[in-house]
Structures are given as C-alpha cells and as structure tokens.
Design a protein around this ligand. Structure first.
Ligand code: AKB
Length: 319
C-alpha cells in the first residue's frame, strides 16, 4: 500500500488525525510532517516523522517520492485570526503549500484532502443555512485563500484528474493539541478555563452564533470522505459540514449544567476576531455531504460538552 502523508501533523487536527490513520491503516502507512521539530511527539512517534516546510515545494516533491506517498492530508495552514495579522505569510503558506502539494499529487498520482472552512464564506453569503453552492466573497485573507484553494483543487481534479476532496470545516473543539490562532478558539479555551478557574473571559460577544464540531466527528468525516465512492461526489471541493451550532452564552449554559458556578464574561471582546466571526454565516447547510457520502456526526452540544470536560479534567486541567 502506498503511504499517507499528513502535513501540519502537530497541529490541532493532525494530532488526532495521525493516530486515527495509524489505527486504521497501520503506523507504517503514515508519514507525519510538520514545520515544527519536536524532541518528542508522543502521538506520532509510532510512525515516520519528517520535518517539512510546505512553502518549500522541492521538499514536498522529495518527501512524496522518497516515501512512496499515495494520499496527502494537507493540514498545514494559518488560521483566520493569525492570518489577518500576517496576510502575506498566510498567502505564502496557505496557497504556496497547497500548490506544492497539488503539483506533487499530479506528478505522483496522489489523492489529496485539503480542508476548507466556514471562513470561505463572507458577509454576502446567506447567513442562515448557507447553501453548499452560494456566494463566496470572504473579506479576510484566510477566506480568500480558502476559496482560491477550493477552486485550485477543483481545477487540478478537472484538468489533471487529481482526486482532490475537501470539507468546509466549522470551529473544531478538541482537547489534545490546542488550536493555533482561529476565531472559533474560544470554544476550546472555555473548557480549560472552566475546569481550572470556573471563569472565562470570552473574546467573542455573547450572541455570536457559529457552527462547531467535536474533533472525533471531524476526523471520521475526513477519512470517510477520502474513502467515499468518487462517482457519488458532485461537490468535492469542498463540502459544507457541521455538527452543532451555538453562541458563547449557550455553550456557557451547557458547561454550567456540569459546573454550576461557572462564570463567563464579555469585558474583553476582541474587535478583530469579532469582525471575522460576524463575516461568516451563522449556520451552514450540510445536506450535500449527508446525501453524497453519508456525513452523519455523532456529537451534539450536550455530548461534546460532557466528553470535553471529562477529558480536560483527566489531563489534570481541572478541579
Ligand atoms: C478559524 O477559526 O480560523 C478556524 C476555522 C473556522 O476555519 N477554526
């Protein structure tokens, strides 16, 4: 079997995708890579680990060839808030890295998973139940790279026959690796702060409604999409997917069912991240994913909250 390469493997998604791929296909079948060099990477040490800067296109080619890679999960990317602080770097990594991965995939006949995001939508997208195919005019550099990435993946599929697939992911909630500079990161931070201090100062306004998903569903969705019958995939790059939908106040209320004295306050809202959140749809419609490849998340708000608090406390982050 040709191997699977994961870029950005030490990030929030990669830290859980690599073990899931190793469990499914065998540790020898997975090559984890990241720009960061860690002395020990506990969750990926069973398989191969390679240092990879995704803006270095010859290095991607070299790695793909050397390891006989047949599929690439390309996760290396700057998230929305940090991208807005460094737009040039975001363009270089998000577009340059994807281009390098697609070129390697074209040359070496690899399948490619490239994550898109609710950030690929913008203020002129219908805000409630944003359809699969709709207006995409984002006003952030992150969104610009996500729309351009979706189009580039479609182009490599139609022009060169590369088997590209993607998901428009909502905010991802997880407890293994922290998210790195997203607008939805509050929904992760809140659990650590609630468990440890029973208090959280939120950087988004109380009523900012966004779609969210627990990481186990995101990982299962990525693998299911990559294994899906290609003849059923009409949309490919990229499918709307969501699992739950809430505001900071609603998440806080759910946490309070477990920690009754938990307090959330909004004295320190970040205008930059609030503006990004308000430019995204409040809710997206994932019917196409459900119909074309059977997308069906398992975790709702209550189930996710219970599991997150259990996991965060088990890792010693709580009282
Ligand atoms: C972010 O907030 O930037 C990401 C995303 C929704 O793409 N979590």
């Amino acid at each position: 079997m040709r191997k699977i390469l994961v870029t950005g493997a030490l990030g929030q998604i990669g830290a859980e995708l690599v073990p899931a791929l190793s469990a499914r296909y065998g540790a020898d079948a997975v090559v984890a890579s990241d720009l960061r060099m860690l002395a020990r990477a506990p969750d990926v040490e069973a398989g191969a680990f390679e240092h990879l800067d995704c803006t270095d296109i010859p290095a991607i080619h070299n790695l793909v060839q050397r390891h006989d890679i047949g599929a690439i999960y390309h996760l290396a990317s700057l998230l929305s808030a940090v991208a807005e602080e460094k737009p040039q770097a975001a363009w270089n990594l998000n577009m340059g890295g994807l281009y390098g991965v697609l070129e390697s995939a074209r040359e070496h006949h690899c399948q490619v998973f490239a994550p898109s995001s609710i950030g690929a939508f913008g203020p002129s997208t219908p805000p409630d139940l944003a359809p699969q195919v709709t207006t995409q005019r984002p006003n952030t550099i992150y969104g610009v790279t996500k729309v351009a990435g979706e189009l580039l993946c479609d182009y490599y599929h139609s022009r060169f026959g590369v088997d590209t697939r993607g998901l428009r992911l909502p905010g991802l909630i997880s407890h293994i690796a922290p998210p790195g500079g997203g607008t939805t990161d509050y929904a992760v931070e809140i659990f650590h702060q609630a468990a440890r201090y029973r208090h959280y100062s939120c950087f988004l306004e109380a009523d900012t409604r966004l779609d969210m998903m627990y990481m186990p569903d995101a990982i299962a969705g990525m693998i299911e999409l990559m294994e899906a019958d290609p003849n059923r995939l009409i949309d490919r790059n990229a499918f709307n997917v969501t699992a739950m939908n809430f505001t900071p106040d609603e998440l806080a209320a759910e946490i309070r069912t477990h920690i009754p004295d938990f307090v959330i306050e909004y004295d320190d809202v970040d205008p930059a991240r609030q503006a990004i959140a308000l430019s995204w749809p409040r809710r997206i419609d994932d019917t196409a994913a459900r119909e074309q490849w059977g997308w069906s998340p398992k975790f709702d708000l209550a189930h996710m909250t219970r599991d997150m608090l259990d996991k965060v406390r088990a890792r010693g982050h709580g009282a």
